[in-house]
Structure formats: structure tokens, C-alpha cells
Design a protein around this ligand. Sequence first.
Ligand SMILES: O=C(CO)[C@H](O)[C@H](O)COP(=O)(O)O
Length: 213
Amino acid sequence: MELQLALDLVNIPEAKDVVGEVQDHIDIVEIGTPVIINEGLKAVKEIKESFPSLKVLADLKIMDAGAYEVMKASEAGADIITVLGATDDETIKGAVEEAKKQGTKILVDMINVKEIGKRAEEIDALGVDYICVHTGYDLQAVGENSFEQLQEIKRVVKNAKTAVAGGIKLTSLPEVVQSKPDLVIVGGGITSQEDKKSVASQMEKLIKQEALS
Ligand SMILES: O=C(CO)[C@H](O)[C@H](O)COP(=O)(O)O
């Protein structure tokens, strides 16, 4: 089980500061969609150059032109690129094919997918690397989370790794890790804390304990 730090509300210098603080406790740095909107793929390139031992995920949330956008993110240094599960199979197939050529990986974000078990099964057959249940900020604000959806996809996904994102905090992490996702994605649960290193370290510990149990 791996831990991914999601950076959404920062510029590039702030991103470097946060990653520098918690780098010993995380496996993947996510350059969030708002950061890419503000700074472009330069943010991916600079973080990968500054922290070469960490994997970098570019949260492009691709909906069309799968192959082209995966190529551009891969060229910028991304190790993992996101595509939306709500899009068509052709876009996902194009993204997977290009990622294979580039030596990168595809994470499919199931945000706002309605029949999540059925769609996860279809997407799993397309050869993606990760399938991620995700409650976005707007639904987090009305009290939703993806913890039950994680159990649902765990029942049907046979090939891809499973991931979970959306409002995960140190207090809710024990419940999340019990479902044994392969990847836990945390943004505000670390970035909004005063002592980010300490929280990231406690999260790493919980994840490692659960992985061993
Ligand atoms: O992709 C995202 C928003 O669309 C976030 O990166 C993801 O939800 C994780 O951040 P947080 O833990 O703050 O919810």
C-alpha cells in the first residue's frame, strides 16, 4: 500500500517546500488539476527534477485526446497520468497504449461515475494500471466520501491496482486502510496541517502496519 500526497492549492515554490518537508514519508507526489491549470506541465517537470526518487502523478483528468495528452505529460516527466472513468473507452485505450510506449502508467479516476462496479469492471479489462474511487471537493462539502465505493470496486477489479481519494484525514485513515487499497491519496489531510511531516509520518506508519496485517 502506497501513500500519495496531492498538491492542489499551491504554486511551484510552495509545492517544493511541502514535498521537501514530507518526502521521506510518501511514495508519489500528485500535481493536482488546479496546479496544472495555473502553472502548466512545467509544475510536473520541476517537481520531478527536484525529487527524482519520488513518482510524480499528473492529475490531468483526461476526457478526450487520451494518447496526445498522455504523451505531453509523460514528456514532462510524469510517471502516472489520470484519465476520467466517465469518458469513452476509445480515449482510455488511447491513453493506455501511449502510456505503454512512454513507460508511464494510467490511473482512472471514477469521480462522478454512477454504476461504479459495472464501469470499474469494464475499465479493468482495458489494461489500466490503477482504478481510483474519488469524492471531489464539491461533494466532500456536503458530507460524502468514497469509502463504500472502494469496497465495491475491490470486489470486481481483478487486474488494476485500487486507489481511494477525497477528504481522507489521519482520523479516517484507519477505516480506509482496512479495505486494503493499493494506493491512498491524501491532499488537505496533510497540506492543511501545521506539522505536515508529523501527520505524513503517522499516515505512513498506519499504512505500513495495515499492509503487514
Ligand atoms: O483530485 C483532487 C480534487 O479533484 C484531490 O487531489 C483529491 O481529492 C485529494 O485531495 P483531498 O484529500 O484534499 O480531497
